[in-house]
Design a protein around this ligand. Structure first.
Ligand code: SF4
Ligand code: SF4
Length: 478
């Protein structure tokens, strides 16, 4: 970031250290011809990597288990965009609930922005499905099959022979098989696990269109995890591209303590130069970086906050008897002013906003009606004078039952006294269905004091009021 770099230059200027700024001229993952430079990050290890592995295992367990969990015979989560059927936490959401999605979407956007401003890109490194699958599934398998970075480089450099072909075919087959499994599970979030299993039992011939799409998605996953990798975060991900405007010098990010680390120098020189900083220029932090950057150059768009460089540097600091944390999660401002306190008023205030937003979203989901009622005046009808002297209006009642049970409903007038006559005499709305019926509202003429009056009709299930719908009752001119 700019301030960090300014400060960095200041320090460098003061200490007369020559720095190489050539990293700004290129992206490590793209060569001069614009082709992708395949990276070989070293296998990370350390406390944070261990925690990240645990978080990923929990995450993967949830991802692969959720499609099997059912509530009342329906999936716990379903995002069926094809049939416009959405289930969240076992609750069915209908197109009528669109406003909840719209408000929820806006609230989520605010959440993401505020979260990023305060906590940086921690989501990318620790919770994004792309990073979890890449670093915690495919990368681990790659280390297991091809060995650590050095062995992978050797394998790439060696001419094609039986050994290399076997290694490559094995890796491709394993990556494709796992991509196929992941694609199946993603599909189960869209059409439900029951449907996916049914297709498996029915065989490819009965569902060749779905199977072809599945292979298409599998190939995309395979391409991303076998070859495209960190480019998805650097080039494609819109969230990644926004970091430049979301982060500021108060944001908590993975950062190099340039005040403590500079001027850097090889370990042997440290013994003769007491002014030398703690960074021994060993490049351990660079070697483990999955996006190929040098975090010592300051916060960069490519950094996904995976924290692998923190582990790598802490191990080096341990080995040379220096305090850990030369690279750590901190704000640029804290590092610049050598502040120790990490929680400031902004983190407190923004975190409160985040909690309120989550509470608001939860409220929207919980307070949603089980039934949607719309009462519309029947077209072409004004009012009728009944033989008994009452005035009647004809309406069409439209009911949407969002629950998984049939609901026998009754209608009651709220703000007028009178009678509701239901054509067909039955208002039982089947589960997960729409229902519509004409109704007549008959009221005593004495109550019709205006030509147009507000009419409220409550929808009940037994004694429980489900909703109140509003319409207009027409009467003769005064
Ligand atoms: S700089 Fe560090 S935290 Fe950022 S991506 Fe590289 S290893 Fe991960
Ligand atoms: S791992 Fe630490 S000591 Fe080594 S180059 Fe990186 S910041 Fe410097």
């Amino acid at each position: 970031m700019e301030t960090l770099n300014e400060k960095y230059h200041e320090i460098v200027e003061e200490k007369k250290v020559l720095i190489d700024q050539s990293f700004r001229d290129s992206v490590d993952t793209i060569d001069k011809k614009g082709k992708s430079n395949f990276l070989f990050p070293k296998k990370p290890k350390g406390k944070l990597y261990h925690y990240r592995t645990i978080v990923s295992l929990v995450y993967l367990a949830i991802f692969f288990t959720l499609p099997f969990i059912k509530v009342g015979g329906q999936p716990l989560f379903l995002f069926n965009v094809i049939e416009r059927k959405f289930i969240l936490f076992g609750q069915i959401f209908w197109p009528q609930d669109f406003f909840i999605f719209a408000i929820g979407f806006l609230a989520s956007m605010v959440f993401i922005i505020v979260f990023t401003v305060v906590f940086g890109r921690v989501f990318c490194g620790w919770a994004c499905p792309q990073t979890i699958f890449m670093e915690m599934v495919f990368r681990k398998i790659e280390f297991w099959l091809d060995g650590d970075a050095q062995k992978q480089r050797q394998l790439k450099a060696m001419p094609w022979n039986g050994y290399k072909a076997r290694k490559r075919i094995t890796k491709m087959a394993v990556f494709y098989a796992i991509s196929f499994i992941i694609a199946n599970f993603f599909l189960s979030y869209i059409i439900g696990m029951d449907e996916v299993l049914k297709m498996v039992y029915d065989g490819i011939g009965a569902h060749y269109v779905t199977f072809t799409s599945l292979l298409g998605f599998t190939t995309v996953f395979f391409f991303v995890y076998y070859w495209f990798r960190e480019q998805a975060c650097l080039v494609v991900c819109p969230y990644g591209r926004l970091q430049g405007v979301l982060l500021d010098k108060k944001s908590m990010v993975v950062a190099y303590d340039f005040v403590r680390g500079e001027p850097r120098g090889k370990l042997k020189k440290a013994t003769v130069n007491p002014d030398q900083g703690d960074c021994i220029d060993c490049l351990a932090c660079v070697r483990v970086c999955p996006t190929g950057i040098d975090i010592r150059n300051g916060t960069q768009l490519e950094c996904v906050n995976c924290t692998a460089c923190i582990d790598a540097c802490n191990a080096i600091m341990d080995s040379i008897d220096k305090p850990k944390g030369l690279i750590r999660v901190d704000s640029e401002e804290n590092i610049e002013h050598e502040k120790k306190k990490k929680i400031n008023w902004r983190i407190g205030a923004y975190s409160t906003i985040l909690v309120l937003l989550v509470a608001f979203l939860a409220y929207l989901l919980i307070s949603r009606n089980d039934v949607d009622a719309t009462i519309l005046r029947t077209q072409g009808q004004i009012f009728q004078e009944q033989p008994d002297g009452r005035i009647s209006n004809m309406f069409t009642v439209k009911l949407a039952n969002k629950t998984r049970r049939d609901i026998p409903m009754t209608l009651k007038l709220v703000n007028m006294k009178g009678e509701i006559e239901i054509v067909g005499n039955n208002l039982t709305v089947p589960a997960e269905s729409y229902f519509q019926s004409p109704i007549f509202v008959k009221v005593d003429k004495s109550q019709v004091t205006k030509r147009k009056m507000k009419l409220l009709i409550a929808v009940y299930e037994g004694n429980k009021k489900l909703e109140t719908a509003e319409t207009t009752f027409l009467g003769p001119a005064e």
